[in-house]
Design a protein. Structure first.
Lengths: 204, 144
């Protein structure tokens, strides 16, 4: 009982979550989670599932086990992305313990998703990555970037986007500004990159 | 920063780009997901169930909290009623004035009006003021 009541959302945040336009938010969150999962797959970690990630993020958002800083994450979408990002950035150190929750088991397990799940969730900040695993991850990242770059060596647009990534520029709008490309063009380039990342995963 | 770490950060930036959809319409995002082999409708439907269940559970928690709060207030109120029931009129007026001077925004009661009240009414006013004072203190400590 205490696990349910010692952490709770204030009414305002609860209402914001409850009344959010979920059918509009969810596809964007799935896209975001999918990109994260692909990155992990390319790095050789296949334990993550896109829908599981989104599901976990929703549970954490509602159970308030993750503080919602509304100045930093003003809307539900950005808040969920931050949770997904946090879950993923610590994945290496705990993916073996990550709960792979299937939806069919929901009703069998409990009638109260917050009570059931919140007790299984560790505070993300308390986990620290294993240095050896980080080194392996860094080496794999290098291989991936080099392979992508080689695969699309003649694709000047892709090379420009890779240059932006090197500069830490990640928002398509910022890439458009940096490269002078139309925003739609940037999304098309990203689509090509996504396909190649997929090829890379299948190839490996 | 090591070269490898730089690549990891580059991959992170690229992943953020690939997951971005701020400038896309919902239809464009949905089309992309379908092209990636995701059954969007089924996925959304399952996740909406999660949202529904979480909303219900969180609202139930909020109701539980409100009920606990109400019970606590009622218990305090009864305790205060007993505490103030046998105080003299002068003592009640003194205590009311003390609280009112400490909480100038709480209530605007005229002291002259207070003099005309019965002991019972004064005890009741004091009870309300004391409760309001305690709640304000609690709220303040909660905010801190």
């Amino acid at each position: 009982m205490s696990s349910r009541l010692d952490r709770f959302l204030d009414d305002e945040k609860l209402n914001e979550l409850a009344e959010a336009d979920w059918p509009v938010i969810l596809p964007r969150i799935i896209k975001y989670a999918k990109a994260k999962v692909k990155k992990f797959q390319a790095l050789g970690i296949t334990s993550l599932d896109t829908e599981d990630l989104v599901h976990e993020a929703i549970l954490r958002a509602f159970s308030a086990r993750r503080e919602w800083n509304q100045e930093r994450y003003p809307d539900v979408g950005s808040f969920l992305k931050s949770i997904i990002s946090s879950l993923c950035s610590h994945e290496l150190s705990h993916y073996k313990r990550f709960r792979h929750y299937r939806f069919g088991a929901f009703e069998e397990a409990t009638q109260d998703p917050l009570e059931a799940e919140a007790s299984q969730v560790e505070p993300v900040a308390s986990r620290s990555p294993n240095p050896e695993e980080v080194i392996v991850q860094e080496q794999r990242a290098k291989e991936i970037i080099e392979k992508i770059s080689q695969l699309q060596e003649d694709d000047e647009e892709v090379q420009m986007v890779l240059l932006c990534a090197e500069e830490g520029i990640s928002k398509p709008r910022d890439i458009a500004e940096q490269t002078g490309y139309e925003i739609k063009r940037v999304y098309n380039i990203l689509r090509r990159l996504r396909r190649n990342l997929e090829k890379l995963r299948l190839g490996s | 920063m090591s070269e490898e770490k730089r690549y990891l950060e580059m991959l992170d930036a690229l992943t953020e780009s690939l997951g971005s959809s701020e400038d896309q319409s919902l239809e464009e995002v949905t089309e992309e997901l379908i092209a990636e082999g995701i059954d969007v409708d089924a996925s959304i439907s399952r996740l909406m169930q999660t949202v529904g269940k979480c909303t219900k559970a969180a609202r139930r928690q909020a109701l539980d909290r409100a009920r606990e709060e109400r019970l606590r207030t009622e218990q305090r109120s009864s305790a205060l009623a007993i505490e103030f029931a046998n105080l003299s009129k002068a003592r009640l007026l003194k205590m009311i004035r003390e609280i009112m001077s400490a909480m100038p925004d709480a209530l605007s009661l005229s002291f002259r009006d207070l003099e005309s009240k019965s002991d019972e009414d004064l005890a009741s006013i004091l009870e309300d003021l004391e409760l309001a004072k305690q709640l304000a203190v609690e709220e303040q400590s909660h905010d801190e």
